[in-house]
Design a protein around this ligand. Structure first.
Ligand code: B30
Ligand code: ZN
Length: 261
């Protein structure tokens, strides 16, 4: 489909004009991403541990697609689930995708920032409230739960097997709109590695791309995933586009909560 929006100046609507797109909510007062001010985050004891169901299931990943603004991995429906974590509902994982910078050594391309620090990349695991069709979920204030994981670069080549496998598919989807089936064994658990999933921030926000629906309960994990620097570079170099992140949005009257004091 011909997206008329983009992140740079090579289209009709760049981020500063997204609010003028038809049916856009991008000019609202609970938009994402935001900068997370660590000192202002309020401890909330309801932010307990998540239950992750089938995150180790390597059969649940169906295909990887180049949408023209991200690389998205689509999962089998109603296989992978999340609950707990202070969420008011159960959610089913639909897809995960990435936001990245450019091929420079010290590039930064995360959407959320923490005390203004922007990480090299950010992974979003998109979950839909169980029982709701996508169209309804996008109209529900808690219809989607997106989990953001920062990606930090490392020189290490150990513990990179799952990232090597995932990024090995990127050369097969260089054309926008192209798709490749995933034939290898790779799980979300493997990709997340040893990140502490009990340490996170929580706030109410939006999808970070048009129409920017204000339907997302955001969880942003504090610890980054460490991915080899050469594998991180493959996202901008293979896809042929870079800096695919939305700029910081105003917090307005919102509060950011933290799971750990
Ligand atoms: S995010 O996690 O806030 N970055 C969507 C899901 C999660 C995020 C942003 C958007 C989403 O479902 N968008 C609507 C679907 N897309 C199709 C697509 O994924 O390829 C329609 C669109 O955006 O125009 Cu491009
Ligand atoms: Zn995203």
């Amino acid at each position: 489909s011909g997206h008329s929006w983009c992140y740079d100046d090579h289209c009709e609507y760049n981020p500063s004009h997204w609010h003028m797109l038809p049916d856009s909510m991008c000019g609202g007062e609970r938009q994402s991403p935001i900068n997370i001010n660590i000192k202002k985050a309020i401890y909330n004891q309801n932010l307990n541990n998540f239950t992750f169901t089938n995150f180790s299931n390597s059969g649940s990943m169906k295909y990887l697609t180049n949408t023209g603004h991200t690389v998205k991995c689509v999962l089998e429906e109603n296989m992978v689930e999340i609950a707990g974590g202070g969420l008011n509902h159960k959610y089913s994982t639909m897809q995960f995708h990435f936001h990245w910078g450019n091929t420079d050594e010290h590039s930064s391309g995360s959407e959320h920032t923490v005390d203004s620090k922007r990480y090299p990349m950010e992974m979003h695991i998109v979950n839909i409230r169980k029982g709701l069709p996508v169209a309804e979920a996008k109209e529900d204030s808690e219809g989607l739960a997106v989990m953001g994981f920062f990606i930090e670069v490392t020189d290490e080549e150990e513990n990179q097997k799952s990232w090597e496998t995932l990024t090995s598919y990127l050369s097969k989807i260089k054309n926008k709109g192209s798709t490749v089936n995933i034939e290898d064994h790779i799980s979300i658990d493997d990709l997340l590695g040893d990140v502490d999933r009990s340490k996170y921030y929580r706030y109410k926000g939006s999808l970070t791309t048009p129409n920017c629906n204000e339907a997302v309960v955001w969880t942003v994990f504090k610890q980054p995933i460490k991915v080899n620097k050469n594998l991180v570079k493959l996202f901008p170099s293979s896809m042929g586009y870079d800096n695919v992140y939305r700029p910081e949005q105003k917090l307005h009257s919102r509060t950011v909560y933290t799971s750990t004091a």
